[in-house]
Design a protein around this ligand. Structure first.
Ligand SMILES: [Zn+2]
Ligand SMILES: [Zn+2]
Length: 356
């Protein structure tokens, strides 16, 4: 009787259905936060999104340099130059990168991969600077040779702040408690104590903020990009990029580029102790950290990794740890809590299996 009304109604329903189903389509644009948080070099990488193997992509040699710097792509034979061709070596490097950062392994420069590459990260790589993985797994890893501090059974490591290389943005009375908390998190799971000393030169762990090239062959790159780096045992050097907007309290520091000092300190202490990067995104030892993000609580992956080097603190109770970890996860959301429960249970089974 009203055929036009019928058609319009049908058309309206289709449009409504398409509108409501939008979230089901994979996002093909870069997440907004990623385009905002960048340093000049890595921000450029957004133009390589969906670049295809076999094609010539202007400037993609810069991406190859990045992957080479962080240990995913060897320098091509006989030459130090990378070409702008998306070749098989780049595809292999992308696959390795995806595996080590816990991303879907596609070998393509998809949105997840490009976003992760562009995110600010720790400067510690898996290349020849003593940071080889001894095993390529989907969780924690160690430096080449599995180095650790050796100081007898009851170990106390001293740490000191550089008298010359600190930052004006934060006072020592703000910085000290941050590091105290960061060290105490690791101390609560392994039989190692940390004590601050004013004897900087003789301290086991020497902490300072540096700009650009600061003499150790790993220059910092200004705002975001590389945030910090630390050396494997028993070197003790712990360097933070002075150019970052370091924050101890996001309520006071409103900058969208602010980086949480405690999160980075906790991560770098993991390196100082001998942990390399983890592929578990939730772990403290995951290499990247977005601005205005706090990630200070050790996860079971971090704990199992560091305990493999030092053993367990006699006061540490795995069951209590899993309980508190999971209660905080469940508070964040039942879905992610459930998946982390599964991960924790899997790890628990793995530990039990390894101990029998
Ligand atoms: Zn790191
Ligand atoms: Zn350095």
């Amino acid at each position: 009787m009203f055929p036009f009304f019928g058609y319009y109604y049908f058309f309206f329903l289709i449009c409504l259905a398409l509108f409501l189903s939008r979230p089901c389509f994979p996002a093909r644009t870069m997440p907004e936060t990623v385009t905002e948080i960048h340093n000049a070099t890595w921000h450029d990488f957004s133009r390589f999104l969906y670049a295809e193997k076999g094609s010539q992509v202007s400037g993609i040699s810069e991406l190859k340099k990045y992957l080479n710097h962080f240990g995913y792509l060897p320098i091509p034979d006989m030459t130090l130059n990378f070409t702008d061709t998306f070749d098989k070596q780049l595809e292999s490097a992308v696959i390795l990168y995806q595996k080590r950062l816990g991303l879907p392994v596609t070998g393509k420069l998809d949105s997840d991969t490009v976003s992760t590459i562009m995110a600010p990260r720790c400067g510690v790589s898996e290349n020849d600077n003593g940071a080889h993985r001894i095993h390529s797994t989907r969780h924690f890893s160690f430096f080449d040779g599995k180095p650790r501090w050796a100081r007898g059974s009851s170990m106390t490591l001293t740490y000191a702040f550089s008298p010359y290389n600190m930052i004006d943005r934060l006072s020592m009375s703000e910085i000290r408690p941050v590091f105290e908390r960061a060290f105490s998190r690791w101390a609560s799971v392994i039989p190692v104590k940390f004590m601050e000393t004013i004897q900087y030169e003789s301290a086991d762990i020497r902490i300072g903020f540096y700009r650009g090239d600061h003499g150790d062959g790993e220059p910092f790159d200004g705002v975001l990009g590389v945030l910090a780096h630390a050396f494997s045992p028993e070197n003790g050097r712990f360097h933070l990029d002075a150019a970052e907007t370091w924050a101890v309290d996001f309520d006071q520091e409103k900058s969208k580029l602010a980086v949480d000092l405690e999160s980075v300190a906790t991560h770098e202490i993991g390196h100082v102790l001998g942990l390399a990067h983890s592929a578990v995104k939730e772990a403290v030892m995951y290499p990247s950290l977005s601005p205005r993000t706090k990630k200070v609580d050790l996860k079971i992956d971090d704990v199992v990794g560091v305990q493999a080097l030092y053993g367990s603190n006699p006061d540490f109770r795995l069951s209590n740890f899993l309980e508190s970890e999971n209660s905080s996860n469940l508070a964040l959301g039942s879905e992610s809590g459930l998946s982390k429960w599964t991960t924790s249970i899997a790890f628990l089974l793995l530990i039990l299996f390894l101990r029998t």
